[in-house]
Design a protein around this ligand. Structure first.
Ligand SMILES: C[S@@+](CC[C@H](N)C(=O)[O-])C[C@H]1O[C@@H](n2cnc3c(N)ncnc32)[C@H](O)[C@@H]1O
Length: 298
Protein backbone atom coordinates (compact mmCIF):
# COMPACT_ATOMS: atom_id res chain seq x y z
CA UNK A 1 0.00 0.00 0.00
CA UNK A 2 2.73 2.42 1.01
CA UNK A 3 4.50 1.58 -2.27
CA UNK A 4 1.37 2.45 -4.22
CA UNK A 5 0.80 5.70 -2.44
CA UNK A 6 4.20 7.36 -2.41
CA UNK A 7 4.69 7.40 -6.22
CA UNK A 8 4.61 10.63 -8.14
CA UNK A 9 2.66 12.56 -5.49
CA UNK A 10 4.70 15.69 -5.89
CA UNK A 11 4.05 15.79 -9.64
CA UNK A 12 0.34 15.32 -9.00
CA UNK A 13 0.34 18.06 -6.36
CA UNK A 14 2.02 20.45 -8.82
CA UNK A 15 -0.51 19.53 -11.54
CA UNK A 16 -3.41 20.32 -9.14
CA UNK A 17 -1.80 23.59 -8.18
CA UNK A 18 -1.27 24.54 -11.83
CA UNK A 19 -4.93 23.82 -12.67
CA UNK A 20 -6.18 25.57 -9.53
CA UNK A 21 -4.22 28.72 -10.31
CA UNK A 22 -5.04 28.83 -14.02
CA UNK A 23 -8.64 27.64 -14.22
CA UNK A 24 -11.98 28.83 -12.93
CA UNK A 25 -13.84 26.48 -10.58
CA UNK A 26 -15.87 24.21 -12.91
CA UNK A 27 -17.27 21.92 -10.18
CA UNK A 28 -20.92 22.59 -11.07
CA UNK A 29 -20.45 21.93 -14.78
CA UNK A 30 -18.34 18.81 -14.30
CA UNK A 31 -20.77 17.23 -11.82
CA UNK A 32 -23.67 18.08 -14.11
CA UNK A 33 -21.85 16.48 -17.07
CA UNK A 34 -21.09 13.43 -14.89
CA UNK A 35 -24.74 12.87 -14.04
CA UNK A 36 -25.86 13.58 -17.60
CA UNK A 37 -23.54 10.80 -18.69
CA UNK A 38 -24.76 8.12 -16.25
CA UNK A 39 -28.45 9.14 -15.90
CA UNK A 40 -29.82 6.10 -17.75
CA UNK A 41 -27.92 3.72 -15.42
CA UNK A 42 -28.52 5.61 -12.18
CA UNK A 43 -31.66 3.87 -10.94
CA UNK A 44 -30.28 0.39 -11.66
CA UNK A 45 -26.93 1.00 -10.00
CA UNK A 46 -27.93 3.37 -7.16
CA UNK A 47 -31.65 3.86 -6.48
CA UNK A 48 -32.48 0.14 -6.47
CA UNK A 49 -29.91 -0.48 -3.69
CA UNK A 50 -29.85 2.75 -1.70
CA UNK A 51 -33.42 4.08 -1.80
CA UNK A 52 -34.41 2.27 1.43
CA UNK A 53 -32.00 4.57 3.30
CA UNK A 54 -33.71 7.60 1.75
CA UNK A 55 -37.08 6.17 2.82
CA UNK A 56 -35.77 5.84 6.42
CA UNK A 57 -34.96 9.55 6.33
CA UNK A 58 -38.39 10.39 4.92
CA UNK A 59 -40.15 8.41 7.67
CA UNK A 60 -38.21 10.28 10.35
CA UNK A 61 -39.00 13.56 8.60
CA UNK A 62 -42.74 12.81 8.71
CA UNK A 63 -43.65 15.68 6.34
CA UNK A 64 -46.86 17.67 6.73
CA UNK A 65 -49.81 16.16 4.83
CA UNK A 66 -50.92 18.44 2.02
CA UNK A 67 -47.83 20.64 2.52
CA UNK A 68 -45.67 22.47 0.01
CA UNK A 69 -42.52 20.36 -0.39
CA UNK A 70 -39.24 20.88 -2.19
CA UNK A 71 -36.79 18.12 -3.09
CA UNK A 72 -33.35 19.52 -3.95
CA UNK A 73 -30.92 17.57 -6.18
CA UNK A 74 -33.89 15.33 -6.98
CA UNK A 75 -32.12 13.37 -9.74
CA UNK A 76 -34.44 10.78 -11.27
CA UNK A 77 -37.15 11.71 -8.76
CA UNK A 78 -37.37 8.75 -6.37
CA UNK A 79 -37.62 10.89 -3.21
CA UNK A 80 -39.73 13.58 -4.93
CA UNK A 81 -42.32 10.97 -5.74
CA UNK A 82 -42.08 9.33 -2.30
CA UNK A 83 -42.72 12.77 -0.76
CA UNK A 84 -45.81 13.11 -2.93
CA UNK A 85 -47.04 9.65 -1.95
CA UNK A 86 -46.68 10.55 1.71
CA UNK A 87 -48.13 14.07 1.65
CA UNK A 88 -50.34 14.40 -1.43
CA UNK A 89 -49.26 18.01 -1.32
CA UNK A 90 -47.50 20.16 -3.89
CA UNK A 91 -44.06 18.64 -4.51
CA UNK A 92 -41.29 20.20 -6.60
CA UNK A 93 -38.00 18.56 -7.55
CA UNK A 94 -34.96 20.59 -8.63
CA UNK A 95 -31.84 19.23 -10.29
CA UNK A 96 -28.92 20.58 -12.31
CA UNK A 97 -28.64 17.60 -14.66
CA UNK A 98 -30.95 17.73 -17.69
CA UNK A 99 -30.70 14.00 -18.30
CA UNK A 100 -31.50 13.08 -14.67
CA UNK A 101 -34.48 15.42 -14.43
CA UNK A 102 -35.92 14.37 -17.76
CA UNK A 103 -36.10 10.80 -16.40
CA UNK A 104 -37.85 12.15 -13.29
CA UNK A 105 -40.27 14.07 -15.49
CA UNK A 106 -41.10 10.95 -17.52
CA UNK A 107 -41.59 8.78 -14.43
CA UNK A 108 -43.40 11.12 -12.07
CA UNK A 109 -44.26 14.29 -14.04
CA UNK A 110 -47.98 13.61 -13.66
CA UNK A 111 -47.77 14.03 -9.86
CA UNK A 112 -44.78 16.26 -9.19
CA UNK A 113 -43.28 19.36 -10.76
CA UNK A 114 -39.65 19.18 -11.93
CA UNK A 115 -37.36 22.14 -12.52
CA UNK A 116 -33.97 22.06 -14.20
CA UNK A 117 -31.79 24.43 -12.17
CA UNK A 118 -28.87 24.68 -9.80
CA UNK A 119 -30.13 24.14 -6.23
CA UNK A 120 -28.70 27.38 -4.82
CA UNK A 121 -29.76 29.53 -7.78
CA UNK A 122 -33.26 28.17 -7.37
CA UNK A 123 -33.41 28.67 -3.58
CA UNK A 124 -32.17 32.23 -3.54
CA UNK A 125 -35.01 33.33 -5.84
CA UNK A 126 -37.77 31.73 -3.75
CA UNK A 127 -39.97 33.89 -1.49
CA UNK A 128 -39.49 33.53 2.30
CA UNK A 129 -41.59 31.09 4.34
CA UNK A 130 -42.85 29.25 1.25
CA UNK A 131 -42.17 25.59 2.13
CA UNK A 132 -43.37 23.16 4.80
CA UNK A 133 -40.68 20.67 3.97
CA UNK A 134 -37.33 20.63 2.15
CA UNK A 135 -35.34 17.48 1.38
CA UNK A 136 -31.98 16.79 -0.19
CA UNK A 137 -30.84 13.20 -0.77
CA UNK A 138 -27.34 12.29 -1.87
CA UNK A 139 -26.65 15.65 -3.52
CA UNK A 140 -25.81 18.25 -0.87
CA UNK A 141 -22.05 17.70 -1.05
CA UNK A 142 -21.94 18.69 -4.70
CA UNK A 143 -23.53 22.06 -4.05
CA UNK A 144 -22.43 25.13 -2.17
CA UNK A 145 -22.72 25.23 1.66
CA UNK A 146 -24.75 28.45 1.19
CA UNK A 147 -27.69 26.15 0.43
CA UNK A 148 -28.04 25.41 4.16
CA UNK A 149 -28.30 29.09 4.98
CA UNK A 150 -31.42 29.35 2.78
CA UNK A 151 -33.43 26.69 4.63
CA UNK A 152 -34.46 28.78 7.61
CA UNK A 153 -35.56 31.67 5.36
CA UNK A 154 -37.65 29.42 3.13
CA UNK A 155 -39.30 27.21 5.74
CA UNK A 156 -42.63 28.09 7.31
CA UNK A 157 -42.93 27.92 11.12
CA UNK A 158 -42.40 24.27 12.21
CA UNK A 159 -41.32 23.45 8.66
CA UNK A 160 -38.82 20.59 8.41
CA UNK A 161 -35.73 19.69 6.48
CA UNK A 162 -34.38 16.19 5.81
CA UNK A 163 -30.91 15.47 4.48
CA UNK A 164 -29.06 12.26 3.70
CA UNK A 165 -25.68 12.38 2.00
CA UNK A 166 -22.36 10.65 1.56
CA UNK A 167 -19.77 11.75 4.08
CA UNK A 168 -16.37 12.97 2.95
CA UNK A 169 -15.01 9.48 3.75
CA UNK A 170 -17.55 7.60 1.68
CA UNK A 171 -15.69 5.43 -0.81
CA UNK A 172 -12.35 6.80 0.36
CA UNK A 173 -10.64 3.73 -1.10
CA UNK A 174 -11.91 4.63 -4.56
CA UNK A 175 -10.85 8.28 -4.20
CA UNK A 176 -7.42 7.24 -2.92
CA UNK A 177 -6.87 4.80 -5.78
CA UNK A 178 -8.17 7.34 -8.29
CA UNK A 179 -5.51 9.75 -7.00
CA UNK A 180 -2.88 7.00 -7.05
CA UNK A 181 -3.75 6.10 -10.67
CA UNK A 182 -3.72 9.72 -11.78
CA UNK A 183 -0.44 10.29 -9.91
CA UNK A 184 1.15 7.86 -12.37
CA UNK A 185 0.23 10.15 -15.27
CA UNK A 186 -0.63 13.60 -13.88
CA UNK A 187 -0.93 15.17 -17.36
CA UNK A 188 -4.13 13.13 -17.82
CA UNK A 189 -5.75 15.44 -15.25
CA UNK A 190 -7.50 18.28 -17.13
CA UNK A 191 -9.61 19.89 -14.40
CA UNK A 192 -10.12 20.08 -10.64
CA UNK A 193 -13.32 20.06 -8.56
CA UNK A 194 -14.09 21.27 -5.04
CA UNK A 195 -16.88 19.19 -3.48
CA UNK A 196 -18.30 20.08 -0.06
CA UNK A 197 -19.17 16.76 1.51
CA UNK A 198 -19.42 16.91 5.29
CA UNK A 199 -16.69 15.22 7.30
CA UNK A 200 -19.07 13.64 9.79
CA UNK A 201 -22.57 13.63 11.23
CA UNK A 202 -21.33 16.07 13.89
CA UNK A 203 -20.19 18.68 11.36
CA UNK A 204 -23.50 18.48 9.48
CA UNK A 205 -25.45 18.85 12.74
CA UNK A 206 -23.28 21.79 13.73
CA UNK A 207 -23.91 23.54 10.40
CA UNK A 208 -27.67 23.00 10.68
CA UNK A 209 -27.65 24.51 14.18
CA UNK A 210 -25.53 27.44 13.01
CA UNK A 211 -28.19 28.04 10.39
CA UNK A 212 -30.92 28.29 13.00
CA UNK A 213 -32.50 24.84 12.80
CA UNK A 214 -33.40 22.55 15.70
CA UNK A 215 -32.16 19.00 15.29
CA UNK A 216 -34.88 16.34 15.59
CA UNK A 217 -32.68 13.37 14.74
CA UNK A 218 -29.24 12.69 13.27
CA UNK A 219 -27.62 9.39 12.39
CA UNK A 220 -24.93 7.79 10.27
CA UNK A 221 -24.25 4.42 8.71
CA UNK A 222 -22.60 2.54 5.90
CA UNK A 223 -23.59 0.20 3.14
CA UNK A 224 -21.05 -2.18 1.66
CA UNK A 225 -21.37 -3.93 -1.68
CA UNK A 226 -19.06 -6.82 -2.47
CA UNK A 227 -17.90 -7.70 -5.96
CA UNK A 228 -16.32 -10.83 -7.28
CA UNK A 229 -13.89 -8.98 -9.49
CA UNK A 230 -12.45 -5.54 -10.19
CA UNK A 231 -14.44 -5.05 -13.40
CA UNK A 232 -17.73 -5.39 -11.52
CA UNK A 233 -16.57 -3.03 -8.78
CA UNK A 234 -15.51 -0.37 -11.30
CA UNK A 235 -18.77 -0.79 -13.23
CA UNK A 236 -20.75 -0.06 -10.05
CA UNK A 237 -18.59 2.93 -9.10
CA UNK A 238 -18.89 4.48 -12.56
CA UNK A 239 -22.57 3.84 -13.28
CA UNK A 240 -24.00 4.68 -9.85
CA UNK A 241 -22.85 8.29 -9.99
CA UNK A 242 -20.22 7.81 -7.27
CA UNK A 243 -17.57 8.90 -9.77
CA UNK A 244 -19.69 11.65 -11.38
CA UNK A 245 -17.57 14.75 -11.69
CA UNK A 246 -14.42 12.76 -10.94
CA UNK A 247 -14.34 10.91 -14.27
CA UNK A 248 -14.83 14.26 -16.01
CA UNK A 249 -11.50 15.48 -14.60
CA UNK A 250 -9.54 13.12 -16.82
CA UNK A 251 -8.53 13.40 -20.44
CA UNK A 252 -11.11 11.40 -22.47
CA UNK A 253 -8.43 9.25 -24.13
CA UNK A 254 -6.97 8.24 -20.75
CA UNK A 255 -10.25 7.33 -19.01
CA UNK A 256 -10.22 3.62 -19.77
CA UNK A 257 -6.60 3.31 -18.74
CA UNK A 258 -7.19 5.11 -15.43
CA UNK A 259 -10.32 3.02 -14.71
CA UNK A 260 -8.36 -0.17 -15.40
CA UNK A 261 -5.56 0.99 -13.08
CA UNK A 262 -8.01 1.85 -10.27
CA UNK A 263 -9.40 -1.68 -10.63
CA UNK A 264 -5.92 -3.18 -10.35
CA UNK A 265 -5.15 -1.12 -7.24
CA UNK A 266 -8.48 -2.05 -5.62
CA UNK A 267 -7.84 -5.72 -6.35
CA UNK A 268 -4.29 -5.61 -5.02
CA UNK A 269 -5.41 -3.78 -1.86
CA UNK A 270 -8.13 -6.31 -1.09
CA UNK A 271 -6.10 -9.43 -1.84
CA UNK A 272 -6.22 -12.17 -0.60
CA UNK A 273 -9.89 -11.62 0.26
CA UNK A 274 -12.25 -13.23 -2.29
CA UNK A 275 -14.36 -10.11 -2.70
CA UNK A 276 -13.77 -6.44 -3.44
CA UNK A 277 -15.86 -4.27 -1.10
CA UNK A 278 -17.19 -0.83 -2.06
CA UNK A 279 -18.43 1.06 0.99
CA UNK A 280 -20.74 4.06 0.98
CA UNK A 281 -20.59 5.92 4.30
CA UNK A 282 -23.49 8.24 4.90
CA UNK A 283 -24.77 10.84 7.33
CA UNK A 284 -28.33 12.07 7.78
CA UNK A 285 -30.26 14.67 9.72
CA UNK A 286 -33.83 15.79 10.22
CA UNK A 287 -34.35 19.29 11.64
CA UNK A 288 -37.05 21.90 12.02
CA UNK A 289 -37.59 25.63 12.14
CA UNK A 290 -38.95 26.17 15.61
CA UNK A 291 -40.06 29.44 17.18
CA UNK A 292 -38.81 28.39 20.63
CA UNK A 293 -35.33 27.78 19.28
CA UNK A 294 -32.84 30.57 19.91
CA UNK A 295 -31.50 31.41 16.50
CA UNK A 296 -27.98 32.78 16.25
CA UNK A 297 -27.91 36.50 15.45
CA UNK A 298 -26.94 37.27 11.83
C1 LIG B 1 -26.59 11.06 -6.20
S1 LIG B 1 -27.74 11.94 -7.17
C2 LIG B 1 -29.13 12.01 -6.05
C3 LIG B 1 -30.45 11.98 -6.77
C4 LIG B 1 -31.67 11.79 -5.89
N1 LIG B 1 -31.78 12.80 -4.88
C5 LIG B 1 -31.73 10.42 -5.26
O1 LIG B 1 -31.93 10.32 -4.05
O2 LIG B 1 -31.59 9.45 -5.98
C6 LIG B 1 -27.10 13.58 -7.04
C7 LIG B 1 -27.88 14.57 -7.87
O3 LIG B 1 -27.48 15.88 -7.49
C8 LIG B 1 -27.56 16.70 -8.63
N2 LIG B 1 -26.79 17.91 -8.38
C9 LIG B 1 -25.47 18.00 -8.14
N3 LIG B 1 -25.11 19.28 -7.93
C10 LIG B 1 -26.25 20.00 -8.02
C11 LIG B 1 -26.54 21.38 -7.87
N4 LIG B 1 -25.58 22.27 -7.59
N5 LIG B 1 -27.81 21.79 -8.03
C12 LIG B 1 -28.80 20.90 -8.33
N6 LIG B 1 -28.58 19.57 -8.47
C13 LIG B 1 -27.32 19.14 -8.32
C14 LIG B 1 -27.01 15.82 -9.73
O4 LIG B 1 -27.36 16.29 -11.02
C15 LIG B 1 -27.64 14.47 -9.38
O5 LIG B 1 -28.85 14.29 -10.05
Amino acid sequence: MRGIIHRHWIKLGLRFLHLYLNQENLTKKLVEAGYDEIAIFYDTYWTDYMAYLTVDMLKKLDPLKGGNCLDLTCGTGFLTHALYDMTHGKVTGVDASKAMISIAQKKYGDKCQFIHNDAYDFLKNQPPRSYDCITCAWGLGYGTPQILAQFRRLLRQNGKVGIIDNSMFSNWEFVLFFLAAIAEEPVALNYYIIPHFFLSKGTLVQRMRMNGLRIIDAWKGKKTFTFENKEMAIEQLLNSGVAAGIVQLIDKDRKDNIARRIGELLERHHMPSRYIPVTHRYIAVVAEKNKKHNYPKR
